[in-house]
Design a protein. Structure first.
Length: 165
């Protein structure tokens, strides 16, 4: 059983930046390239059991890229991670948020999340996200440290990890 936790922030002034300055060389760029969304989703998500998009066609990825705002983080000359913002019903969901394995533990996640929250608040007065016990071990703590507050916790049955091929 997986526990899904949903968090939100409704006041942009309550976004809490990390105590450490952003690492030198961290870049954040908005992109529109369905192939990048697919590649990053698959690369970051497969070990974390992100499965819902795996069967998507190229056309479905293209339609998805048109419906979200995607930002890619770079560090040390390499892609470090990304996030997607999905605007719906007067709120913005951070629909995807993740770092590539080589970029974890470098202090990038907090800065990427602050960027996501600030971009989200440019679009709507409420920004929310959900995470689960299958996500990275620091995901929930990062969301809470940046000011997001829990509004729902629920169990969910996901496919066994062996079913992801």
């Amino acid at each position: 059983m997986t526990i899904v936790t949903s968090l939100q922030l409704t006041d942009a002034s309550r976004v809490v930046p990390p105590a450490r300055a952003a690492p030198s060389g961290l870049t954040l760029v908005q992109i529109h390239d369905p192939a990048v969304n697919e590649r990053l989703y698959t690369t970051i998500g497969r070990p974390l059991r992100w499965t819902d998009r795996l069967p998507w066609t190229a056309d479905r990825w293209a339609a998805h890229a048109d419906s979200v705002q995607t930002h890619v983080a770079g560090f040390g000359g390499q892609t470090a991670g990304y996030y997607e913002l999905h605007e719906q019903d007067g709120a913005v969901q951070i629909a995807i948020f993740g770092l590539l394995e080589h970029a974890r533990g470098l202090g990038l996640g907090g800065h990427l999340l602050v960027h996501a929250l600030r971009q989200g608040f440019l679009l709507a007065p409420r920004v929310w996200v959900h995470t689960c016990t299958d996500d990275g071990p620091h995901a929930l703590a990062n969301y809470q440290a940046r000011g997001l507050r829990v509004f729902d916790v629920r169990p969910e049955r996901l496919a066994p990890a062996g079913d992801l091929t």
